[in-house]
Design a protein around this ligand. Structure first.
Ligand code: 5GP
Length: 188
């Protein structure tokens, strides 16, 4: 199984950097690319559905899964837990897919330690100001949550040097093409 892990692609970036949009475009572009669905204890946002964006678990169920070795990695972000499900990732890799994990920096560092052959990409906003505007425009978080996410973002951006590649998401199409070429080159 260890070779298959070279097809693991970790994508991180501050909340509002547009990493979910970039990844959605990558999935549209190439059916060999598959997105791992994580588990979280946070409440669904907007139209999010269980099993689509995340598996939404209670804290109790999440911790039980962690205890039973159900996660490749898990981390706390803000006041919630997030974890990459071992079963979900292994199934997709066994299917021959390139598997994208969209996870925060702590989890990304753990994955790189466990699977050095994996690829890591940091999606960077053009500036903190643009990031703040995007977060506010989304209108899905409370002011307190926005402030919390901006604080985390500044810290996360310092970690971009630890990634194999950084892609600045200024013009979406360019960011998507950059990320796509990086992924294609990795497993040549
Ligand atoms: P959000 O609440 O905005 O969906 O996600 C918050 C942060 O948690 C994002 O940076 C997202 O990439 C990260 N995240 C989502 N799933 C996982 C996971 O399975 N593991 C880790 N470590 N972080 C995750």
């Amino acid at each position: 199984m260890s070779d298959l892990y070279s097809k693991l692609v970790v994508v991180s970036g501050p909340s509002g950097a547009g990493k979910d949009t970039v990844v959605a475009k990558l999935l549209e572009k190439d059916s060999d690319i598959s997105l791992s669905v994580s588990a979280t204890t946070r409440a669904p946002r907007g139209s999010e559905q269980n099993g689509v964006e995340y598996y939404f678990l209670s804290v109790e169920d999440f911790l039980a899964k962690a205890e039973n070795d159900g996660f490749i990695e898990h981390a706390q972000y803000g006041s919630n837990y997030y974890g990459t499900l071992k079963s979900d990732v292994e199934e997709r890799l066994a299917d021959g897919k390139t598997v994208v994990l969209v996870i925060e920096v702590q989890g990304a560092a753990n994955i790189k330690k466990m699977y050095p052959q994996s690829l890591s990409i940091f999606i960077m906003p053009p500036s903190l100001e643009v990031l703040e505007n995007r977060l506010r425009g989304r209108k899905t978080e409370s002011e307190a949550d926005i402030q919390k996410r901006l604080g985390i973002a500044a810290e996360e951006m310092k970690k971009s040097v630890d990634y194999d590649f950084t892609v600045v998401n200024d013009a979406l199409e360019d960011a998507v093409n950059d990320a796509y070429n990086i992924i294609k080159n990795h497993n040549k």
